[in-house]
Ligand binder design. Structure first.
Ligand SMILES: C[S@@+](CC[C@H](N)C(=O)[O-])C[C@H]1O[C@@H](n2cnc3c(N)ncnc32)[C@H](O)[C@@H]1O
Length: 285
């Protein structure tokens, strides 16, 4: 798949990625890692690829795609940059406040009224586990009584296997805990060598699975789904498909939380009622 010299332009600025080169990089990624660029926003992906072009000092995008062909470590680096895993505990704390004070109490009441003894929560694009573990911390800290009657299962998915290894290990640097109160730090983390180790009792509330968010339509019966800061990378038509998959994955009356810069698009607006526009909380109709 080496790019012929005729396709390269020595004057091309390294930030510019031609459609041919973009296509080739996409094929290398798909063939060697299974990761498909197809549904992501081109602009967003190109910006990320440019980061790696600069970092590897490749003179042009074509040189970079040739480098990718022979360098597995760089392929891993590119994949990491493309699926950014930036997250931290209680990211957007007001959203977690709303979940704690309004949404979770409604869900426990719903379970009671419907005579169910379990609730299921889905965290989509969970990165290193900060989001699902934040929910687990809230549940343990504020809903101990309810947990003795209703079992809560938190299922977290991400497309990236390496980030899930970190999620399962649940060892964090202090910057990831900036929004965690001193009480919660003391109660649920052990601190050694400037690393914070999450307690087993919280870890075991969450199960992790490597899965693509396109497949959420094959899930069923979740009472609450968080899909935050992931949709933003996808084309609008794909966002619509993902949102209808999430609607299908939710139990009737279930809630969906999006990231602060994400919103319902197109037909998906008809599938959800807006509960809190500021916190991007929706309820499936
Ligand atoms: C910016 S992080 C968001 C983490 C967390 N939800 C939050 O808001 O802090 C985006 C995560 O989405 C994951 N992701 C990207 N594309 C995905 C896909 N197609 N399926 C599942 N996860 C995906 C990335 O691997 C990354 O861990």
């Amino acid at each position: 798949m080496e790019i012929p010299a005729t396709m390269t332009n020595p004057d091309r600025n390294s930030h510019e990625i031609s459609p041919d080169t973009f296509d080739i990089i996409g094929k290398i990624l798909k063939n060697r890692t299974g990761f498909s660029l197809d549904s992501y926003k081109d602009k967003c992906i190109k910006r990320r690829i440019s980061i790696r072009i600069r970092a590897t000092h490749s003179p042009t995008a074509e040189d970079y795609s040739n480098l990718l062909l022979n360098n597995d470590a760089e392929l891993d680096n590119l994949l990491k940059v493309l699926t950014i895993h930036v997250s931290h505990f209680f990211r957007n704390p007001t959203t977690f406040d709303k979940l704690r004070t309004e949404i979770l109490p409604i869900l426990f009441r719903q379970a009671q009224t419907e005579g169910r003894d379990s609730l299921t929560i889905l965290s989509v694009g969970c990165a290193s586990g900060e989001e699902p573990y934040s929910l687990a911390l809230i549940l343990r800290e504020y809903f101990a009584e309810q947990l003795s009657q209703v079992q809560v299962r938190i299922h977290a998915i991400d497309v990236d296997a390496a980030t899930l290894v970190n999620a399962r290990n649940a060892v964090y640097t202090e910057d990831r805990l900036a929004e965690v109160s001193e009480e919660l730090r003391t109660r649920y983390f052990d601190c050694r060598d400037n690393k914070f180790y999450l307690h087993q009792s919280v870890k075991e509330m969450v199960t992790f699975e490597q899965r693509d968010l396109y497949e959420t339509g094959s899930f069923a019966d979740f009472n609450l789904a968080l899909c935050r800061n992931v949709l933003i990378y996808f084309e609008r038509t794909v966002q619509e498909k993902i949102l209808s998959g999430l609607a299908a994955a939710l139990h009737s009356g279930g809630f969906l939380v999006l990231g602060k810069s994400e919103t319902m698009v197109g037909e998906s607006r008809k599938l959800f009622k807006t509960i809190c526009p500021v916190e991007r909380i929706y309820q499936v109709l």
